[in-house]
Design a protein around this ligand. Structure first.
Ligand SMILES: NC(=O)C1=CN([C@@H]2O[C@H](COP(=O)(O)OP(=O)(O)OC[C@H]3O[C@@H](n4cnc5c(N)ncnc54)[C@H](OP(=O)(O)O)[C@@H]3O)[C@@H](O)[C@H]2O)[C@@H](O)CC1
Ligand SMILES: [K+]
Length: 465
């Protein structure tokens, strides 16, 4: 992982800062790097407009004084509002270097760009009503709002909102990404995001942004089986499995079979529909990966099909109904390291209840579920997170919100089984599927349907070659 891809909690960020200080870098020097780096971005978005910087008492406020002085020295008209005096040495020093005036209230202050440096990763409680009002009024009187590190009022580690937090146009993460840059509801408030690097080193066991995948064309001597044979196991309702299978055909696997007792007159010619008895179909030793869950049903027959799939010992994606049926009994004797779960919020809750996970927040619940069960968990949604049993956790760049549409989860599951069939481990398969899915959504454009997504998978795939 490159240092720029790591995602640090507030405590990890403090530890990283201390590690730099131990190597002889002062807090003041770090603050200068952070503030000047942020000022570069603000200078661009301000494009000559006046800037107001709201400074709090901690080092987030200290960054604000550095930003203000850097922009002032470059000829921008800058005003500083500070409702509280600086409380750290570094912030006091930064304030002493600021050559302009400091207002204590936001009365009659208008401008082009508001820079929020009230609180960052040191926020410990909700904003007072006075601070919340000041921030809201200043935001209303500026055309463009920038949050430094985090919008004031956002909890760093879980992305919760400690009160009313308005939508920002841009958030500049300092030193490293934080979980709140990827998690709802904070994700809905932060706007565009950019990382300002300040030389933070790699932190052991940190979460990461799942790296953009890079796929290869099939080897010259490849054939359909060497590229991977993926099976999609249908159940009571054939449509969802069909959708997943058509997606799986465009996710890298060389061969996709739909294991379904239904007739599928609209199936593409290249999709083999196998209506033989499931146990005998699963006996084929060439399976690379299986998907079970979309349209499976939740009755006894569905449970039996799920049991048969799990008993095959093949790398498998479990989605939808399979996640409602899964329990300790079904996992008895199954190697969990071969399984990838793709729950949405409700399915994640059901799984946590079933396996005794009491953690709070999406990331922590996914992490704990993976740790308790040994499974890999891709907790999908607007703020998808991926967790492996060995503790790895990954976030993803925000995907188009148009993905909130029926059937898109089936497409994701189909992509995941396809990546699994190519030989990827569950963690990698899940992460690559998310990237492909988001890219296809971008190409499909607004008001997409799941079928549009499938149609865009080829061109999406090409972006990663
Ligand atoms: N780590 C790094 O490498 C670098 C970090 N940098 C920057 O430092 C920021 C973190 O700085 P920080 O720790 O000083 O915290 P910050 O968010 O400024 O606020 C803490 C102050 O606010 C107070 N306070 C808290 N909540 C409150 C509330 N609701 N209402 C009122 N007061 C409240 C709290 O007081 P207390 O809780 O003790 O009462 C304390 O006085 C980080 O986001 C980044 O911008 C960069 O400069 C460069 C390198
Ligand atoms: K802030």
């Amino acid at each position: 992982m490159r240092p720029g891809e790591q995602v640090l909690t507030a405590a990890q960020m403090r530890a990283a800062e201390e590690a730099l200080i131990a190597h002889g870098v002062s807090v003041d020097a770090l603050m200068l790097r952070a503030g000047r780096g942020a000022a570069e971005w603000i200078w661009r978005v301000a494009a000559g407009r006046p800037v107001t910087v709201l400074c709090g008492p901690g080092n987030n406020g200290g960054d604000g004084y550095v930003i203000a002085e850097t922009l002032r020295a470059r000829g921008i008209e800058v005003g500083v509002v500070a409702p509280i005096e600086p409380k750290t040495d570094a912030a006091r020093n930064a304030r002493a270097r600021w050559q302009g005036r400091v207002a204590t209230s936001g009365d009659r202050i208008h401008g082009g760009v508001l820079v929020d440096c009230l609180f960052g990763s040191g926020l410990t409680r909700p904003l007072s009503p006075e601070h919340a009002l000041l921030l809201a009024e200043l935001a209303a009187h500026h055309a463009f709002t920038v949050a430094i590190d985090l919008p004031s009022g956002v909890a760093t580690d879980g992305g919760a909102l400690l009160g009313n937090v308005q939508r920002y146009d841009l958030t500049l993460a300092l030193g490293a990404w934080k979980p709140a840059h990827f998690l709802m509801p904070a994700l809905d408030r932060i706007g565009e995001t950019r990382l300002v690097e300040i030389g933070v080193q790699q932190v052991e066991s940190a979460a990461a942004v799942f790296p953009r995948p890079s796929f290869a064309s099939p080897a010259r001597g490849a054939h359909k089986y060497t590229r991977g044979l993926a099976g999609v196991v249908a159940g009571a309702m054939p449509g969802a499995a069909m959708l997943a299978a058509t997606a799986a055909m465009r996710g890298g696997a060389g061969y996709v079979r739909l294991l379904s007792a239904h007739s599928h007159p609209a199936a593409p010619a290249a999709l083999v529909v196998d209506d033989s008895d499931l146990s005998s179909a699963l006996g084929d030793p060439r399976w690379s990966a299986l998907l079970v869950g979309p349209g499976l049903g939740r009755d006894e027959a569905a449970r039996e099909r799920l049991g048969a799939v799990l008993g095959a010992g093949t790398p498998t994606v479990l989605d939808a109904d399979a996640l409602h049926l899964l329990d300790d009994d079904l996992l008895e004797g199954v190697d969990p390291s071969r399984l990838l779960l793709t729950p949405h919020e409700g399915e994640l809750s059901r799984l946590c209840a079933c396996f005794g996970v009491t953690a709070e927040g999406k990331l922590e619940r996914a992490r704990a579920l993976a740790a308790v069960t040994g499974l890999t968990v891709l907790a999908k949604g607007p703020d998808t997170v991926l967790a492996a049993a060995d503790g790895r956790r990954a976030f993803f760049p925000a995907a188009p919100s148009w993905l909130a549409s029926a059937g898109t989860g089936d497409v994701l599951a189909g992509l995941a089984v396809s990546r699994l069939a190519t030989g990827r481990a569950p963690f990698a398969a899940g992460g690559e599927a998310v990237w492909l899915h988001a890219q296809a959504a971008r190409e499909a454009g607004p008001d997409l349907t799941a079928d549009d997504l499938v149609r865009c998978l080829s061109s999406a795939y090409a972006r990663f070659l």
